[in-house]
Design a protein around this ligand. Structure first.
Ligand code: COA
Length: 273
């Protein structure tokens, strides 16, 4: 297995594979390269008989700021949209949106189907998909410095990662609506109180969780897979359907002028989230 790439570091210690989001200057934003490496690692670990557990964490003060916004990418998208509407041809813009959406859908599908215990060590704030992916993890340890923020409305986007279904189920409809509709940012303690994470750990003690994880990795590996499967089996089909529906709705949002306005605001730093 690869040891390192620029934006993601993958290491194996004993029976534990650790994927470390490694773009601290960018608050560990998830680029296409990160998504690809993440998916490749899920596939490899899922099929590697020598690895029992996969862990995801981040380098630096953030767990992850979610999807990367690239000015270049949005200028291109915007140009293509204008060209499409001028020429009457829709293909370019629609193709680009569909391609990005398919990759994202594939990523969530892989999380839904990942067969082995998946653990997050949330070392700091998590934003967007870095939050919505967490219900697909079996155990989430979070530093007391972590926060959880899904500011979809500010960006004219919609809930993804099956959060439209899983958040109300996990934390109750009221808190889910506050987070998903109104962009409420919650602390690690609030996330724990609403069953969203497994444990809040004082930041200076976060390293202690690694001992626990490596002990778990010595449990019988086939049995861990069978237990995870029986816990998650009943929801898999529903989650794939929800993922597909959310991605379809998300695709439509990229055409809304409110979306371009929100992105331009981010890049011109008129408003921080
Ligand atoms: N996409 C692209 N760039 C990002 C990013 C992202 N998701 N998150 C952070 N960055 C970049 C910033 O643009 C900045 O780049 P610069 O140094 O070239 O200006 C750098 O990372 C550091 O971030 P900065 O904003 O200066 O740090 P901060 O502590 O003031 O704020 C955040 C951190 C995460 C609150 C802020 O960067 C932010 O709101 N990012 C967008 C998060 C987001 O909306 N994600 C998707 C949700 S659906």
């Amino acid at each position: 297995m690869d040891k390192e790439s620029a934006e993601v570091v993958v290491t194996v210690e004993g029976k534990v594979c650790v994927l470390r989001l490694n773009r601290p200057k960018m608050k560990n934003a998830l680029s296409l390269q990160v998504y690809n490496k993440f998916m490749e690692t899920l596939d490899k670990v899922g099929n590697d008989p020598n690895i029992s557990i996969m862990v995801v964490t981040g380098t630096g003060d953030y767990f992850s700021s979610g999807n990367e916004f690239s000015m270049k990418g949005f200028e291109k998208l915007s140009e293509n949209e204008n060209e499409s509407s001028d020429s009457g041809s829709e293909t370019s813009f629609d193709d680009q949106v569909a391609k990005g959406n398919n990759e994202f859908k594939r990523f969530i599908d892989k999380l839904i189907d990942f067969p082995k215990p998946l653990i997050a060590v949330v070392n700091g704030p998590a934003v967007g998909v870095a939050v919505t992916m967490l219900p697909h993890f079996d155990v989430v340890f979070a530093s007391d410095k972590a926060t959880f923020h899904t500011p979809f409305v500010t960006l004219a986007l919609v809930p993804e990662g099956c959060s439209s279904y899983l958040f109300p189920m996990i934390m109750g409809p009221g808190m889910a609506a506050q987070m998903l509709m109104f962009g409420k940012k919650i602390t690690a303690t609030e996330a724990y109180q609403h069953n969203f994470i497994t444990e809040v750990v004082p930041n200076e003690k976060l390293d202690d969780v690694w001992t626990k994880i490596s002990n778990w990795a010595n449990l019988p590996p086939n049995t861990l897979v069978v237990i995870k499967n029986i816990i998650r089996l009943h929801q898999k089909e529903t989650l794939h359907e929800i993922n597909a529906k959310e991605c379809e709705v998300l695709g439509g949002r990229f055409k809304d002028p409110e979306f371009f306005e929100a992105i331009m605001k981010f890049f011109t730093r008129k408003s921080k989230l």
